[in-house]
Design a protein around this ligand. Sequence first.
Ligand code: NAP
Length: 319
Amino acid sequence: MSKFPVSRDSRVYVAGHRGMVGSAIHRKLKEGGFSTILTRTSAELDLRNRKLVFEFFESEKPEIVFLAAARVGGILANDTYPADFLSDNLQIQVNVMDAANENDCDRLVFLGSSCIYPKFAPQPIPEEALMTGHLESTNDAYAIAKIAGIKQVQAIRRQYGRKWISVMPSNLYGPGDNYDAELSHVLPALIRRYEDAKISGSEQVTNWGSGEPRRELLYVDDLADASVFLLENFDSDQHINIGTGVDHTIREISEAVAKEVGFSGKTLWDTAKPDGTPQKLLDISKAKSLGWAPKTQLKKGIALAVEDYRKRIVAETKS
Ligand SMILES: NC(=O)c1ccc[n+]([C@@H]2O[C@H](COP(=O)([O-])OP(=O)(O)OC[C@H]3O[C@@H](n4cnc5c(N)ncnc54)[C@H](OP(=O)(O)O)[C@@H]3O)[C@@H](O)[C@H]2O)c1
């Protein structure tokens, strides 16, 4: 029995429904019997445009909002375009939250990211580690925008008494991921590299760094499951971590990817390249204490992600 149930007839707006996270939330809502799911692409509604966002909320009156629209990218993109990451994300969040509040939307789930935590946070990282140290400099602009989003949720809760929450996922992967060679995160980048090597008949793959840093990877449908679960079971000022609670070395992850795609060549490690943060593991005990747990094992999740890559990207390149 949910603590804060919502009607399946509610008008639910998924901001960013074509993205990896938004599309997973959209699937989960449909599976869960939600009948009125509102969506707009960024071409139809640029969430940086405050006037259009207010008009949308005034005419559609969403009762529940999942805020999964954001400018998102890996280290290189964040490091190269910090001004865009800061400005776009602040504008999207402020516009959506102000318009939702103005239109008496009582339920909102804000999606952030584990990069909000200090670079040298204790591992596993508890929610309380927020703002206790310096951020990783390559994505601090993005992180500051996300921290501002958490603060806006808290401020609106305090001033208007709304049941809004903030959810901080670990690294995510799965259907709809970005496999761009320059802009992607670690797992989609590995899938692309090994699959491309297999297709081209290459006998070796070179990965960046030593392979020793540890990463936590959550299958995106598990995050979608958590987001809907938390909407109905969590009501707190404090943000909440969502992950698997388990991490693996990049070497282990790359071995699992190589095996899944059927690459039998050699993997080399270019130790002249930087390793990045040694470990980033979230403490998910709070979510677990509410009764949520991830369902997808890494091996199974990698198989599903490889299938997605082949279906969407490899097939597209061939056609
Ligand atoms: N990917 C991860 O590993 C990860 C990890 C932790 C947290 N998250 C969080 O999850 C959220 C979504 O990430 P994602 O991976 O799903 O990103 P994504 O696949 O890049 O999708 C982003 C979505 O945002 C929409 N969007 C971007 N700019 C917009 C604008 N100006 N106006 C309207 N819509 C706009 C895009 O809409 P269109 O498709 O219509 O252009 C797209 O659907 C982010 O808040 C991110 O911080 C992601």
